[in-house]
Design a protein around this ligand. Structure first.
Ligand code: GUN
Length: 281
C-alpha cells in the first residue's frame, strides 16, 4: 500500500476541540449553542444516528434536546413543533432525522425549518446560497469532506474533481463546494456511461453512490486523492465504503477509510453548523 490514510477520526477530534473552545467563548458572552433533534418513528438506524448526534453535542459543551415522536405523528403536529422551535431562543439548530414516515411530506418539513437554524443545510435558501457562491449553512457531509481535503493539503484550485453520485445531500452540494474552491468538477450519476473513463482522469475522486466497493484500483489515476462517503455492508456483513480500499490504496496518493473516514466528520460539521448558527446571533 502506498497511499496516505486520511484519518477522519483524528481530523474530527481536532475540529471538535476548535468547536469546543468557540462554544466556551460564546457561552461566556451569554449564548449557549443548542441543537434540537427530532426523530419520528422507530427506524433502528435513525435511533443510532440521533443518539450519536446528541452525544457529540455533549462532547463540545453544547446544549441538545432529543424529541422522539411515534410514527403516527401528523404532519401538521410536526410542522407546529418546528414552528415553535424556530422561535425558541435556546435552540440554534434544528435537525429532523430522515427518513420520515411516508404520510409526512419531507419537502414541506425541511422547508418549514428556519433557514437560519437549518443545520443540515437542506433548505432551498441554503442550497441556493451555496449554488450562487454565498454559502450560509452547508450540508454536513460535503462540508466535512472539504475539511478532510484541507487537512490533507490536497490542492483543489485547478484540480479535476470527479464526484460519483449526484444526491441532494452529498453529490450536488459537494460539486458546488469544490467548484467554489476552484476545482473543475465532473458530477457523475447512475446513468453515466463508462464511469471509469471519468474517474481515471480525476485528481480527486469523491465516491457517494451507496454501492459496496464499486470504485476499484483500475479506475483511479496514480497519486489521486480518494474520499469514500459510502457506508455499506460487504458480503460478510462487514462495514465498507463505496471504494474497494485494498486495490485503490495501491494506486491512490491518499485515501479515506470506512469506518473512520467521512462518518466522524459528518457529525462534527453538524456541530460546526450549530455553532456557526449561534455565532451569527
Ligand atoms: N438521515 C440520514 N442522513 C441524514 C442527515 O444527514 N440528516 C438528516 N436530517 N437525516 C439523515
Amino acid at each position: 500500500m502506498s497511499a496516505t490514510i486520511i484519518d477522519g477520526k483524528s481530523i474530527a477530534a481536532a475540529t471538535q476541540l476548535e468547536i469546543k473552545s468557540r462554544v466556551t467563548a460564546l457561552t461566556k458572552r451569554g449564548i449557549h449553542p443548542g441543537l434540537a433533534v427530532i426523530l419520528v418513528g422507530d427506524n433502528p438506524a435513525s435511533h443510532v444516528y440521533v443518539s450519536n448526534k446528541v452525544k457529540a453535542c455533549g462532547t463540545v459543551g453544547m446544549h441538545s434536546v432529543l424529541e422522539q415522536y411515534p410514527a403516527d405523528l401528523t404532519e401538521s403536529a410536526l410542522l407546529a413543533r418546528i414552528e415553535s422551535l424556530n422561535h425558541d431562543a435556546d435552540i440554534h439548530g434544528i435537525l429532523v432525522q430522515l427518513p420520515l414516515p411516508p404520510h409526512i411530506n419531507e419537502h414541506a418539513v425541511l422547508e418549514a425549518i428556519s433557514p437560519d437554524k437549518d443545520v443540515d443545510g437542506f433548505h432551498l435558501i441554503n442550497a441556493g446560497a451555496l449554488m450562487t457562491g454565498q454559502p450560509r449553512l452547508r450540508a454536513c457531509t460535503p462540508y466535512g469532506v472539504m475539511k478532510m481535503l484541507e487537512y490533507n493539503q490536497t490542492p483543489i484550485r485547478g484540480a479535476h474533481a470527479v464526484i460519483v453520485g449526484a444526491s441532494n445531500i452529498v453529490g450536488k452540494p459537494m460539486a458546488m463546494m469544490l467548484l467554489q474552491a476552484g476545482a473543475t468538477v465532473t458530477l457523475c450519476n447512475s446513468k453515466t456511461r463508462d464511469l471509469a473513463h471519468h474517474t481515471r482522469q480525476a485528481d480527486i475522486v469523491i465516491a457517494a453512490v451507496g454501492r459496496a466497493k464499486m470504485i476499484t484500483g483500475d479506475m483511479i489515476q496514480a497519486g489521486a486523492t480518494v474520499i469514500d462517503v459510502g457506508i455499506n455492508r460487504d458480503d460478510n456483513g462487514k462495514l465498507c465504503g463505496d471504494v474497494d480500499f485494498d486495490s485503490v490504496a495501491q494506486v491512490a496518493g491518499a485515501i479515506s477509510p470506512v469506518p473512520g473516514g467521512v462518518g466522524p466528520m459528518t457529525i462534527t460539521m453538524l456541530l460546526m453548523n450549530t455553532l456557526e448558527a449561534a455565532e451569527k446571533l
